[in-house]
Design a protein around this ligand. Structure first.
Ligand SMILES: [Zn+2]
Ligand SMILES: [Zn+2]
Length: 89
């Protein structure tokens, strides 16, 4: 957990609309400091990765999410193997 005072610095993505927004931003900041899933191919997080994506197990190309091991899996395989995407951790 970060020191409370950290939030006073208002990072660049701060847009400060009400307390609900503050909670969202704080969660965003916390996530930046927690372990981030990165694509094994380009070493970038899911939202920056521009690799050709396909499921590492069945090669499907739909509903892919990056999981902890740095590979993409389709929803069916993730559910079958209990892999979680970053925002499900
Ligand atoms: Zn990638
Ligand atoms: Zn699959």
């Amino acid at each position: 957990m970060l020191a409370r005072g950290f939030y006073k610095f208002r990072p660049w993505f701060w847009d400060g609309h009400g307390c609900g927004e503050t909670t969202r931003v704080e969660r965003e900041i916390d996530r930046m400091f927690t372990k981030e899933f990165k694509c094994t191919v380009c070493d970038k997080p899911e939202n920056q990765c521009t690799c050709n994506r396909y499921c590492a197990l069945c090669h499907a190309d739909y509903e892919l999410r990056l999981t902890e091991d740095g590979q993409y899996y389709c929803r069916d395989c993730r559910e079958a193997c209990d892999y979680k995407s970053q925002d499900q951790v």
